[in-house]
Design a protein around this ligand. Sequence first.
Ligand code: JB8
Length: 241
Amino acid sequence: MRDVMRLDLITIFPDYFAPLGLSLIGKAIADGLLDVTVRDLRDFTHDVHRTVDDTPYGGGAGMVMKPEPWGRALDAILAPDAIDESAADRPVLVIPTPSGEPFRQSVAEELSQKRHLVFACGRYEGIDHRVAVWAADLFDVRELSLGDYVLNGGEVAALAMIEAVVRLLPGVIGNPESLVEESYAGATDGLLEYPVYTKPASWRGLDVPEVLLSGHHGRVDQWRAEQSRELTSQRRPDLLR
Ligand code: JB8
């Protein structure tokens, strides 16, 4: 049995994380599989204006997030724990950023094995780099990118990563067969999924492929494998060796 997974989220927009109370993740929290704390970065400022950004050294457009509030927020997150820098299971600090390593299913699987994940959600042009450097003494720091496009901040990327990780926790998905099926993917290892159909067999003049109605499991598996291969070569040739 695994310990409850602890998730700390640091953001200047705590409301972005309201959806974590819904659906499967909300249920995981209610069932005690997951303990989520959302922290407002501005609570770790000391000035009347609750300033979190400043102009970039070296010039350039936009603003950069100041390191001090991040340092205090991370101190607060670590405070309850006995700190062992060499611990095998160090907390992970995820920093969503377009310049990060790609977030993939393999990364989600790795993160799902950890006890404590902290997401540092930046805004503006990002977080002063010294935060990641300082944190590396205490956390496994992972700068991760959701994909090759630019969001306005790390919150939406964090939500996507959290959903991908939490659904892998034992007990979060009611039917673990769904997980097994997608991990070795039936016939489709590493390829895109084949199209799926349900009743009715004919809808608005469109018929379900007849092989799926045949009850012939061998032919069904073969058809699905072909569909996966064809879809993958059309849409994601990079996935074909
Ligand atoms: C400022 O596109 B993204 C992303 C964009 C961001 C920040 C973090 C992540 C911070 N812009 O994943």
